[in-house]
Design a protein around this ligand. Sequence first.
Ligand code: SF4
Ligand code: SF4
Length: 300
Amino acid sequence: MDTYMAADLPFHGSPVVPEMFDGNKVIRFQCREGIACWNACCSNIDISLTPYDILRLKQRLNLSSAEFLQQYTVPYEMEQGGLAGVKMRPVENGTACRFMTPEGCSMYTDRPTACRYYPLALLSMRRQDEYTDIRSYALVKESHCLGHQENKESSIDEYRREQGVEEYDDLARGWHQLILKKKSSGPSVGKPTKSSLQLFFMVCYDLDRFRSFVVSDGFNELYDLDTKDTIEILGDDAKLMLFGFRFLKQVLFGENTITMKKDAATERMVRYQEKIQRLEQEAVSKRLAEQDEMYEDTED
Ligand code: SF4
Ligand code: SF4
């Protein structure tokens, strides 16, 4: 199952019902112990993880973020040449989730967002170059899932509350916004460099490594963080993660979300302006070259 964050509309043959709903839509669905299809959904997984999913699972398993990533996940590209995502790694030589047991999910209270959303798909759309997204939902009907034949009815908003999705959504919002902004941004942001892609991966998924980065001399030479705020951020995984999203807005999109030391800020602004100028010049040269080619073709 992978029903979460379906940013594009469903394609032909997909189990996603091609109709978009808001939170008031009433659905008929119940998953309960004893149902004939028990665990069918967890036997064949394709689950993308949010940074908050990783945070919860690594805490539950008492692992560092690096250990969790290595043992339980595989990285993937969310779009060609773009930002990286992380998926759950199924059992060795199989498709089942590592947390599946005959009694159900062994991580139930810390299960990932995708598992909580099922059988809903979240459809996110964004305006060009903005962080804001418009959300709606679709229903996923897979033939193996008998939950749709149960009699329980609830609105999508009620179902989300029941599944504890709201906290997960709130804490993943900054991450979604970064992805949407990256996907919809124009040439002024340009193609991300290898180092900015690595930085995105570390901040979003390898939180304990990001913590070491925040206490490093290099970071402190650049950023002007209040001591009290720093202590709070370093002592709380969720606060560190949210700080990381703010940090990425600054690094990836040139926003002033974290105060920089004066000299570092001036230098950075000059570098950013130079980058914008270079990208604009490249875009103009490309357009001129295309025009030249077009005229040459016409003359032939
Ligand atoms: S985390 Fe739990 S609910 Fe999600 S696929 Fe694994 S076993 Fe199933
Ligand atoms: S009803 Fe659906 S979600 Fe529940 S166990 Fe069966 S297949 Fe999984």
